[in-house]
Design a protein around this ligand. Structure first.
Ligand SMILES: Cc1cc2nc3c(=O)[nH]c(=O)nc-3n(C[C@H](O)[C@H](O)[C@H](O)COP(=O)(O)O)c2cc1C
Length: 347
């Protein structure tokens, strides 16, 4: 697929009604067909709150190990990590799949903490995770993958849906593709309410393009089961183009939402045929200050400065003088630095 063919003209976007369909994860209704994807190191409580306030109808935490979910105490740390997005916002927590007996109990704890759904990660390509036979490793182990999802399903009350994150395979081999479809069929039989498919292989990690033609094949195979697509969604147009070209029920916005939480309202506006302006510098300023405030409330004054640096670098991409702004945020280490950088560039 060529770069250009992924983009659809605004007129066509307005004409497609796909943007309006809600998503149903069993009985949980997500009003618009887009979610904020799981993002390790990013999709923490502050990022999810900002995304949901700006129009993300469903947000996901980063992947957590089952043992970790069970062992984290009941104090501050648990409050930080096991904190649903809140403010009536729908949110899911993600569990890293493996061959763990703790999966049902961990899922239960997440539901008890108030998450509306539990997502099972069969996709993570990080070496350490693969070595421990977790995440993406399971894309090569259909039985173990389906067993992990069934265990999570078993641990949850029926009104809490289980969703699954997959990649299109371990690699490009035929065997990998066969495994993919065996896992897809198996997890749907085991009670998964939806699957999100990242159109890259585990081997590919983040290199090369996400295969949208593969997503089309998946949706065709899955019939009425809910499929969300992932990969290369950097603008609102990309999101509508993926739905339009592949037939998936919805999209999981990942890197495209870091430092650009406006993408969710833009998708909605574009689908409705309404104008969807870029956020002004002053809109950006308000959100960046609020994001810092929420992070400080979560992590305390010492940790927040260094932690927010990476977000500042992503936010800088939207600024008309992005390179200079990026260079300023690279040096941010404290609250004063953040406020100074914002005051300098976002007046
Ligand atoms: C920094 C980073 C962290 C990620 N962490 C997770 C994770 O914890 N769980 C998960 O299922 N996917 C994770 N992903 C994958 C994304 O959810 C998404 O599938 C992938 O980035 C492809 O979408 P994109 O090309 O639009 O970014 C991560 C991706 C990135 C870049």
């Amino acid at each position: 697929m060529s770069e250009d063919s992924r983009h659809i003209p605004a007129r066509l976007a307005a004409a497609t009604s796909v943007g309006f369909r809600s998503l149903h994860f069993d009985n949980l209704v997500v009003e618009y067909p887009m979610v904020q994807a799981a993002l390790a190191g990013y999709s923490d409580w502050p990022m999810r709150v900002i995304a949901s306030r700006l129009g993300a109808p469903f947000t996901l935490s980063e992947a957590m190990l089952p043992r970790f979910v069970l062992q984290v105490g009941r104090g501050k740390r648990a409050g930080r990590l096991l904190r649903p997005t809140g403010e009536r916002a729908l949110c899911g927590a993600q569990l890293m799949a493996g061959d763990d007996d703790e999966l049902p109990a961990a899922a239960q704890r997440l539901a008890h903490a108030g998450f509306h759904a539990v997502d099972v990660n069969l996709a993570c390509p990080v070496k350490k995770v693969l070595r421990r036979r977790r995440g993406g490793h399971l894309m090569g182990q259909p039985e173990a993958a389906v067993r992990a999802v069934a265990r999570v399903r078993d641990g949850l009350p029926p009104d809490v849906p289980v969703t699954v994150k997959m990649r299109r395979g371990l690699d490009d081999s035929l065997e990998s593709t066969e495994h993919f479809f065996a896992i897809l069929d198996g997890v749907l039989r085991a009670g998964a309410a939806a699957v999100t498919v990242h159109g890259r292989t585990v081997r590919q990690r983040y290199e090369g393009r996400s295969s949208w033609p593969f997503l089309r094949e998946v949706k065709h195979h899955a019939g009425s089961a809910v499929v969300l697509g992932s990969g290369d969604l950097f603008t609102a147009r990309d999101c509508l183009a993926m739905i339009h070209q592949t037939g998936v029920d919805g999209v999981a916005v990942a890197r495209g939402a870091i430092g650009n939480p406006w993408i969710f309202s833009q998708v909605r506006a574009l689908a409705l045929g309404e104008p969807c302006p870029e956020p002004s510098v002053s809109d950006q300023r308000e959100v960046m200050l609020e994001h810092y405030r929420l992070a400080e409330e979560t992590y305390g004054p010492q940790r927040t400065g260094p932690m927010m640096r990476k977000f500042g670098i992503w936010y800088a991409r939207l600024h008309p003088r992005s390179e200079e702004v990026r260079l300023t945020f690279i040096r941010v280490g404290s609250q004063e630095d953040w406020h100074r950088a914002v005051a300098q560039w976002y007046r």
